[in-house]
Design a protein around this ligand. Structure first.
Ligand code: EPU
Length: 336
């Protein structure tokens, strides 16, 4: 086993935070992972590093999950079942699927991160969540070192949520994810306003999965910073779900507040709007700040520390509470 000493994690997290790993190992097979678990169980798992904010050096053994490979398990007339290993880059997998003519994940184009972490937060964008295509999640149970699997139902998926953020947190290492994608008659989801507009602008009336993917890529590139250029972790907060009573109170004060219905008693409001109204959009403090085009995204312009960004996040939470009586929940995994 090739354990390296004192490795900077800057290039392993999309926020680009420079913390030190005392010990670091890259794992490329389930076998290697099981061998490692025989020796050591107190691990710090690192996949695409796209949904974490590191605020301190890591003392545990850092395990970079780099298990690659895609296999076709079976095909039906209209769908295909795939197993994708955890270390595959998410966007590369989306592009590969589109090239094969497989539909269902085109709206999730350009989301940073790896396949193995997509179920944890149930990645979602432009009207689609990954839970709609996942059939099974395979993982190693750390305590027993056995390979186990979770059906879609057992994953208890919700908005940016799953069992892996709750009861199963810290107990499993996801090694692969199984998907069912469509081969024909794709169920295209173009109802999201920005996608419709992008397709109309390009005079596309009968879009293919590739057209939808291209539209999503164009929208994301126009609004969201590319982590290769400006460090970030996508949406830093979840969109809060509030009571209808509170929403009506806010609506009378701020008539333009956007909203999405959730149930008879609850409504979701965009955190980006709340943060923008509170004056944080585009604010820069030294090497960190709030993105100028999307207030939900906190950014590292170079050498910011995780602590600085975390303090800014706490200040935003406090201000939103004072201004709107809403508790903003952090979506990114803060390692404090
Ligand atoms: N808005 C503002 N100011 C801002 C940003 C947004 O007023 O700075 C308003 C917009 O005008 C719009 C509403 O908020 O009325 C929603 O904005 P947008 O369509 O950009 O989506 P979002 O709710 O801010 C969510 C996801 C994104 C996903 C987009 C598109 C969450 C936490 N975020 O953002 O996901 O790409 O919808 O589906 O649900 C991510 O999770 O990392 C992520 C980028």
């Amino acid at each position: 086993m090739n354990i390296q000493q004192n490795i900077s994690l800057k290039k392993y997290n999309t926020f680009g935070i420079d913390v030190n790993a005392e010990r670091f190992i890259s794992i490329s097979s389930v076998y290697e992972l099981q061998e490692l678990l025989k020796q050591e169980k107190d691990l710090f798992l690192l996949s695409g590093g796209s949904n974490m904010l590191l605020t301190k050096d890591i003392k545990n053994l850092v395990v970079h999950l780099n298990i690659k490979g895609i296999s076709i398990d079976r095909e039906h007339d209209n769908s295909v079942h795939l197993t994708v290993n955890a270390g595959e880059n998410w966007h590369d997998f989306v592009l590969w699927a589109i090239e094969q003519g497989y539909g269902g994940i085109e709206n999730l184009s350009l989301i940073p991160g790896n396949v193995g972490t997509c179920p944890i937060q149930n990645i979602g964008a432009y009207g689609v969540e990954v839970k709609d295509t996942i059939t099974k999640v395979e993982a190693i149970e750390i305590a027993t070192n056995k390979l186990v699997s979770f059906s879609n139902e057992e994953c208890s998926f919700g908005y940016r949520n799953s069992i892996f953020k709750n009861d199963a947190k810290g107990k499993y290492i996801i090694t692969s994810v199984c998907f069912e994608l469509s081969k024909h008659n794709h169920n295209l989801n173009t109802s999201y306003g920005a996608i419709e507009k992008e397709l109309t602008d390009q005079n596309i009336t009968n879009p293919t999965i590739k057209d939808v993917s291209n539209a999503v890529i164009a929208i994301r590139q126009s609004k969201l910073p590319d982590p290769k250029e400006i460090g970030n972790s996508g949406s830093f907060f979840k969109n809060p779900v509030i009571s209808i009573e509170l929403f009506n109170e806010l609506k009378s004060k701020y008539p333009t507040i956007p909203s999405y219905p959730v149930s008879d008693s609850e409504i979701k409001v965009p955190a980006g709007w709340l943060i923008e109204q509170s004056g944080f959009k585009g604010k820069r403090f030294g090497d960190y700040g709030v993105h100028e085009k999307q207030a939900l995204v906190l950014v590292n312009y170079g050498d910011a520390s995780g602590e600085e960004i975390f303090k800014l996040a706490q200040k935003i939470q406090q201000t939103i509470k004072e201004n709107f009586k809403i508790d903003l929940e952090i979506e990114v995994n803060v390692i404090a």
